[in-house]
Each structure stands twice: as C-alpha cells, then as structure tokens.
Ligand binder design. Structure first.
Ligand code: SAM
Length: 427
C-alpha cells in the first residue's frame, strides 16, 4: 500500500436542480454509494439550506464521503476519501453519477499519506485508547443528524429532524412537513417555517384573541390564508361567533396539516366554518361591503402567492368589506428580520385606516426568524386594542386553558421597544 488513502475530488455537472436540492435523496444516495463500495457507515450529517442547497458528510470506517450542492447550477462537488484497500471509491463515483443524473463528471484522484513521506511513530496503543474515546455503546447502525435550515444571507435557523413526512409541489409553492426533534412536526412553504406543533399556539392565540376580546361582539370573521387551521381553531373558541369564512389558496397545505399537524387542523369540519379553496385577493374583490366584523390576514411572507396580500389595493378592499366598527389584523412580519417591509406596510395601513387607528403588537415565536414577530391591529371604527374587559379576557384564557394569551400579555404586547417605535415613527 504505497499510500494510506485515496481521495477523489469529483465535479458532477448538469444534474437536475430538484435532485440537487433533495436532502433526503442526496443523503440516501451518499450512504448507499458508500455501502455499495463496501464501506461501513458510522454516521451521516446533512444540512438542507434555505432557499436551496445541501451539504453533508457520511463518516465511514474507511474515512468519509462529503458533498456540497449548488442546485442553481445543477452542480455537486463531492469528496470520496477511503483508506485501506477494501473499499474502491470509484464504485461510489459511478453510483452517484447515476443517482444524481449527472450528464458528466470530472475527477481527480490524489493519493493521501504517501508512505514514502511518513515515518511510523512508536507509541503505546493502549495509552492512546484510554486517552481518547469513552466506551462507545449501543451504536445503532449509525447515527443521523439531518438538519433543516431556513436562512437568508445573514440569519439562519436550523432544526434537527428525523425525516420528511410530507413533500408535494402545488401550483403555488412547495409544501413540506418535517419531524423535528425539538419542535415536533413542522410545516414549511418554499423552505420557510410556517408553524410547528410546539410553538404554533403563540401565533394563533395572539392573532385571534386580541381582536376578538377588544371588539367583543364579532359575529362574522374572515380569515385569508391560515391553511394550517390554527387561526380558525382559536376563533371558534368564541361562542358569540356566528360564522367564520376561511379562504386558503392551496388545498395541499390543508391536506398536509390534517395528516401531520392534526391538533392545529382540528376545526376544519366545524359547523360554523365555511372553507373556501380560493385566492384571497379575488375573494375580497368580489366580497360585499361591510360583510365582516373581523378580517384576519394570516398569510405567509410577501413572496409567491402571498405577495398580493401585502398591497394597498388589497387592504383597501379589506377596509371596504369591514363593518363600521370592524377590525383588520394581519401578521406584519418581524421588525428585526425585515424592518423595511415592516415599516412600509404600517405606512400603508395608516394611509387606509388613519394614523391613529393602527397599532402594532409583538409576540415571541421561537421558530420564526429572529423570534420576534408582529401583528397589526387596524380599526375601521372606534375599537381600541387596549380597551377591553380584563376580567372577560382572564376568564376566557382560563376556560380555554390557553398557553400564551391572557389579559396581561394582551396589554403588554402593545408596549413597543424604542427601535420598533422608531421604525413606526411613533413618539
Ligand atoms: N403563520 C404563518 C406565517 O406567519 O408565515 C402563515 C401560515 S399560513 C400557513 C399562510 C397561508 O397563506 C398558506 O397556507 C398559503 O397557502 C396561504 N396563502 C398565500 N397566499 C394566499 C392567497 N393569495 N390567498 C389565500 N391564501 C393564501
């Protein structure tokens, strides 16, 4: 053996961008490529980056296989490093070229640890053994660390998960559900976290109970978006409500949540709920004047199908469809994560509802970028967010065993830190 190891640097070209972004397929292919070459897999760690790209390594008894993908170029850079003679890394090369549907690849093999350049050291193996590893017990076949990562150019949130439970492309977006270890099942749309089983209640309790208990007499409510079902679940806790209309553009979101976030999707068959699979922008344009006491815009971020839900045209229609003392509540992004969008949409709300009719309130949502999220409260009439019956709010929170909302957090949520007041040009 004239060298300790063989290291093949591989470039795979013209692979399908979808495959280059499919972390499950890539991990499975890398592990099988190792095993097909006769290697013993010890561990695999893979990261799926948002908006796209995958990095991962498979540690084998005979060294490692590693990969980084650029789906936007249909390109993968792969390292095949094996030591000893029992494993032929070229077998892994051929396996991966097929698995990634590469039109062609280029490669360079380097001999690592040329024996002629190495001097064997005399050392006490037992001493080494005792220094190093704690006894390693119960290795399963091999441990897996698969991470979902949502990131922009500066900020990233990574969640370890045990696999993808759901993945379908709708005409509007990629709908996925991951079984995260820390936050339970998690719904993502186009790689952005929408809700997780462990913290969805924060968002859903705050986007509903604040306006419901401020208004106090909501009979008809409209929810635009909200296909995970959490917002209508919370609204339908209020017995005075006569009808809730949910307008969700993407039926696959509802399907994914019924399957994998059942406690969020629990109210879809409620008798007071009218569920419409429709574009909320078209629905509000065709909606009658003064039709709703409360309109909640439970949209995703201002991209893709949700972009039109962050426009003055849309909010003007919402205003028209509210009753004289109606309220509009929206998820208004993060004052930290996207300060510009945040400040701009409040200018827009104030332009339509009036400067003194628009308020902002905050909540801590761990799996949303920066963890600081905001909601807007815009009154067509005289409803004031801080004018509410504290006793009624306290009793409602207790009776429904709410996990976030109560009369104190209702009031406190509107106490804004100075940097948010500055963004909103408030004194
Ligand atoms: N809590 C999440 C957030 O803050 O990012 C939002 C959750 S909810 C899942 C967002 C929903 O809005 C998605 O199901 C999406 O399909 C829906 N949606 C996006 N654009 C829409 C439109 N134009 N009309 C109706 N629903 C829309």
């Amino acid at each position: 053996m004239e060298a300790l190891g063989r290291h093949i640097l591989v470039e795979f070209y013209n692979c399908s961008p979808e495959l280059m972004n499919d972390v499950v397929h890539i991990e499975k292919s890398m592990v099988e490529a190792a095993e097909t070459a006769g290697a013993t897999v010890i561990n695999s760690t893979f990261h799926h980056f948002s908006p796209y790209g995958v990095s991962g390594v498979v540690v084998i008894q005979e060294s490692h296989l590693a990969i980084h993908t650029w789906p936007e170029f249909g390109y993968a850079a792969v390292d095949l490093f094996t030591c000893g003679d029992s494993v032929n890394p070229w077998v892994s090369y051929q396996f991966l070229e097929k698995a990634f549907k590469a039109s062609h690849g280029s490669s360079m093999e380097c001999r690592r640890g040329q024996m002629g350049l190495l001097d064997r050291k005399d050392f006490n193996v037992d001493a080494l053994r005792n220094v190093g590893a704690k006894p390693y017990d119960h290795p399963v076949k091999f441990t897996r660390d698969v991470w979902f990562t949502e990131r922009d150019e500066n900020i990233a949130l990574s969640l370890k998960h045990d696999g993808q439970l759901y993945k379908k492309e709708s005409p509007y977006q990629k709908v996925e559900v991951f079984a995260t270890q820390a936050y339970g099942n998690m719904l993502t749309l186009d790689g952005m976290v929408m809700c997780t089983q462990k913290d969805e209640y924060v968002y859903h309790e705050m986007i509903t109970h604040v306006p419901m208990l401020s208004h106090g007499r909501v009979k008809r409510a409209l929810v635009i978006g909200g296909g995970d079902g959490g917002t209508v679940r919370e609204l339908l806790r209020h017995p005075e409500l006569e009808e809730v209309v949910l307008v969700e553009i993407d039926a696959l979101v509802i399907e994914a949540c019924k399957l994998h976030l059942p406690e969020t999707a629990v109210a879809f068959d409620h008798p007071k709920l009218k569920l419409l699979i429709e574009d909320g922008i078209k629905y509000i344009q065709e909606c009658a004047d003064s039709a709703f006491d409360l309109i909640i815009v439970d949209s995703a971020d201002p991209v893709g199908p949700g972009e039109g839900l962050f426009t003055a045209e849309f909010y003007k229609e919402v205003y028209r469809c509210l009753t004289e003392d109606g309220i509009m509540v929206t998820q208004s992004e993060s004052p930290r994560f996207n300060a510009n969008v945040f400040a701009e949409i409040y200018d827009c709300y104030r332009g339509i509802f009036g400067a003194d009719k628009v308020s902002c309130y905050l909540a801590a949502i761990p799996t949303y970028p920066t963890g600081t999220w905001s909601f807007s409260f815009s009154s067509k009439g005289n409803a004031q967010p801080l004018v509410f019956d504290r006793e009624t709010a306290a009793a409602f929170s207790r009776k429904n065993d709410l996990k976030y909302y109560n009369e104190d957090i209702h009031a406190a949520a509107f106490a804004l830190p100075n940097f948010v007041k500055q963004l909103l040009k408030l004194k």
